[in-house]
Ligand binder design. Structure first.
Ligand SMILES: *[C@@H]1O[C@H](CO)[C@@H](O)[C@H](O)[C@H]1NC(C)=O
Ligand SMILES: *[C@@H]1O[C@H](CO)[C@@H](O)[C@H](O)[C@H]1NC(C)=O
Ligand SMILES: *[C@@H]1O[C@H](CO)[C@@H](O)[C@H](O)[C@H]1NC(C)=O
Ligand SMILES: *[C@@H]1O[C@H](CO)[C@@H](O)[C@H](O)[C@H]1NC(C)=O
Ligand SMILES: *[C@@H]1O[C@H](CO)[C@@H](O)[C@H](O)[C@H]1NC(C)=O
Length: 352
């Protein structure tokens, strides 16, 4: 084997190392005073790219504590460390923070000094995935837009913790330890702009109550949900993406018009216990029903509009919108019944 060295590449490497060296010199040798008009302090454990003076990179450093954050910082990267506490002294001057990434650390609820998060009045994104939280931390700043708490040990949501989060659009609680009893009618109160709610991989047996009315994406995969209550979706009239893969839904658990909801465009019911295709709406575009116990499909019965009329005269713009249908992992023998093709004329793929 021969090794080719391209002159251009070599040049690039050289420039890179020169650049790195210059940056290092700035921190190691220059007195911060020389940057007076810029106040370019940089905690010694971290990296402060000169071209992004508002960002502070302290990720993957084996840190046990959060350094003192300079006032100019908007974006703070602390992921993948051994941090156990969030204390006020680190943040006294950090009033401009927009984004904190603390994923993959060892933060417990006790380790969060009371009121420290709430003081970050401009914070938009707070990432605390893969930590050791047992409840949703509180109080949180009202400015938050995204709160990511996946893969903790959260079993409790303190009452009122979301009540001031009018701008929160995304709440991710997947892979925690939530039981039905943790989700009460008041739990999500205040989340008037929430669009995405992820409670997948918890221990729910029931559909959560009082989901915020503007929710577009609701993810409940990998729970043990058996029943969809009657008219469940009437309180979330915008729900568009609904994922219930890996639950315990059977035919009996689904009311006659359970999923016949015109807002839903993407419905995922893989790995449940259905033996029939539930009634669907003509607006539905993607339907995942793989790995259930469906034995046969009657296109005439599942067609959301009258198939007889369609056969003779077409749908007059009423064509069912289904484009993608997964039915594999059931007990259905190919071929795909002709009446499915007659009903769903926009179908692009059927997996059987
Ligand atoms: C916070 O800012 C003030 C004023 O710039 C400064 O005197 C003080 O040392 C800073 N505190 C910390 C902990 O950096
Ligand atoms: C929510 O967002 C709006 C628009 O960006 C902003 O004016 C308002 O102050 C925010 N609310 C809070 C509590 O920060
Ligand atoms: C649900 O569990 C299955 C099997 O354990 C896994 O393959 C899948 O990725 C999980 N899905 C989610 C959304 O967690
Ligand atoms: C589904 O709902 C529509 C109204 O949104 C209704 O006209 C239709 O009959 C329902 N389909 C079934 C199978 O009940
Ligand atoms: C499908 O259902 C329709 C209406 O219920 C029925 O008339 C038809 O015979 C069924 N088709 C098959 C192949 O079972």
């Amino acid at each position: 084997m021969t090794l080719k060295v391209y002159p251009n590449l070599l040049l690039l490497f050289l420039f890179n190392s020169v650049w790195t060296q210059t940056v290092r010199q700035v921190y190691d040798e220059l007195d911060p005073e020389h940057w007076s008009h810029y106040a370019f302090e940089c905690p010694k454990e971290c990296f402060c790219p000169p071209s992004f003076p508002n960002a502070l990179y302290c990720d993957n450093k084996g840190l046990k504590e959060i350094p003192t954050i300079p006032a100019r910082i908007w974006h703070l990267y602390l992921q993948n460390n051994l941090i156990e506490t969030i204390s006020e002294k680190s943040f006294v001057n950090a009033t401009h923070l927009r984004w904190i990434n603390l994923n993959k650390n060892k933060i417990t609820n006790k380790g969060i000094e009371s009121g420290v998060l709430n003081k970050l009045k401009k914070l938009l994104y707070l990432f605390l995935e893969d930590n050791e939280l047992e409840e949703v931390p509180a109080p949180l700043p009202g400015s938050l837009e995204q709160l990511r708490l996946a893969r903790n040990k959260i079993s409790r949501i303190p009452e009122g913790v979301f009540s001031n989060l009018e701008n929160l659009t995304m709440l991710d609680l997947h892979q925690n330890s939530l039981l039905d009893s943790a989700l009460q009618s008041y739990t999500f109160q205040g989340l008037s702009n929430l669009m995405q709610l992820n409670i997948a991989k918890n221990s729910l047996k029931k559909m959560p109550v009082s989901i915020p009315a503007n929710t577009l994406q609701l993810f409940l995969d990998n729970n043990s949900i058996e029943v969809i209550p009657e008219n469940y979706f009437s309180t979330i009239p915008k729900v568009t993406f609904l994922r219930l893969n890996y639950n315990k839904l059977s035919d009996d658990g689904i009311p006659p018009n359970g999923f016949n909801v015109s807002s839903i465009l993407d419905l995922q019911l893989s790995h449940n216990q259905l033996t029939k295709i539930p009634p669907i709406n003509a607006h539905l575009e993607h339907l995942h029903l793989d790995h259930n116990r469906i034995k046969s499909v009657n296109g005439t019965q599942i067609c959301p509009v009258s198939i007889d009329i369609a056969e003779d005269y077409g749908f007059y713009g009423n064509t069912p919108r289904l484009r993608y249908l997964r039915l594999d992992g059931n007990e259905i023998q190919p071929p795909i019944p002709l009446d499915i093709m007659i009903c769903f004329r926009l179908l692009q793929a059927v997996v059987i």
